[in-house]
Ligand binder design. Structure first.
Ligand code: AMP
Length: 172
């Protein structure tokens, strides 16, 4: 079944910069069977885990995180790009496969000891996810699981993420 998902991912060369092969997930989102399958596969990665909060990363993590959070009866927490969150934030600068960025989280988003699952669409160099783990640990979270729809294995991004429970549904 994951092969059906894999077949639907569209490779877009040189987007958003020359040399980047962009993995376009919109054909998965537009097909309800594939969209549901992607959510179900993410849920399997936390099947036997108690999760208090699902944290998803701006912007494509938001497409999956809320559905997983509701199924797990967990809260949903957005980690957003700089300047988007209205309340008091903690922030961290990081680099990703094609640029630099700042991520922010609300200071009151996490209760110390919260068991957290992190979700994003794709793991490339790992900078984005590693920065998110750092933000969460600063707030006292226990990062229980990090789950991606897609992992670009050749970039070894998972080595940069301070969590020993990392999953991806589709590997390239
Ligand atoms: P990184 O921090 O290098 O692991 O980059 C991961 C973040 O950048 C994710 O939020 C992805 O949405 C995005 N990203 C990086 N590389 C790609 C790619 N080749 N195709 C689609 N999205 C990507």
């Amino acid at each position: 079944m994951p092969q059906l998902l894999k077949d639907a991912i569209r490779d877009v060369p040189d987007f958003p910069k020359p040399g980047i092969l962009f993995k376009d997930i919109t054909p998965v989102l537009s097909d309800p069977t594939l969209f549901q399958l992607s959510i179900d596969k993410m849920l399997e990665t936390v099947e036997n885990l108690e999760i208090d909060k699902v944290v998803a990363i701006d912007a494509r993590g938001f497409l999956f995180g809320p559905s997983v959070a509701l199924k797990k009866n967990a809260g949903f927490i957005p980690v957003r790009k700089q300047g988007k969150l209205p309340w008091k934030t903690n922030s961290i600068a990081y680099s990703l496969e094609y640029g630099e960025n700042v991520l922010e989280i609300h200071q009151d988003a996490i209760t110390p000891g919260d068991r957290v699952m992190i979700i994003d669409d794709l793991l490339a160099t790992g900078g984005t996810a590693a920065a998110t783990v750092t933000l969460l640990k600063q707030l006292g979270a226990e990062v229980t699981c990090v789950t991606f729809l897609i992992e670009l294995d050749f970039l070894n991004g998972r080595q940069t993420i301070d969590c020993d429970n990392i999953h991806s549904i589709l590997n390239y």
